[in-house]
Ligand binder design. Structure first.
Ligand code: THU
Length: 125
């Protein structure tokens, strides 16, 4: 798994971000154990709480196609096309990751690689 390439896919996915309310574009690239990459972006709504994050878009795309085993996710977020500042996954997305992934699931941000357990050490299961 090439984490630089996966991060580039996440930046690419942010190009479809629908984020007219926050102006914060997020893309995610989710690598499944079958080798396929599922990309997602954040999709906002005038009723703000209906917004969905890029990570959950990617997970739900994969799961809805019958794919439930994953190796890694790359996340890229920016207001100005500068993706150097890390975009940490929110708590809701971490909980969705925890549903499908083990503690050693890899989370790739602009500043390096993490494990799911770094962000969510004591999961509810
Ligand atoms: N957002 C994501 O897509 N992923 C994250 O990990 C954090 C936040 C989105 C939600 C909203 O559209 C925008 O970023 C600002 O919060």
């Amino acid at each position: 798994m090439d984490s630089v390439l996966l991060f580039e896919e996440a930046v690419d996915a942010s190009g479809n971000s629908y984020s007219c309310y926050s102006g914060f574009r997020v893309g995610a690239a989710l690598l499944a154990k079958n080798g396929k990459i599922y990309k997602g972006c954040n999709i906002e709504n005038v009723s703000y709480s209906m917004t969905i994050c890029a990570e959950r878009t990617a997970f739900f795309k994969a799961v809805s196609e019958g794919v439930t085993e994953f190796r890694a996710i790359a996340i890229a977020g920016s207001k100005n096309d500068d993706f150097t500042k890390p975009c940490n996954p929110c708590g809701a997305c971490l909980q969705v990751m925890a549903e499908f992934c083990d503690d050693d699931f890899i989370i790739i941000l602009s500043d390096g690689e993490y494990k799911l357990s770094d962000f969510l050490p004591n999961r509810f299961d």
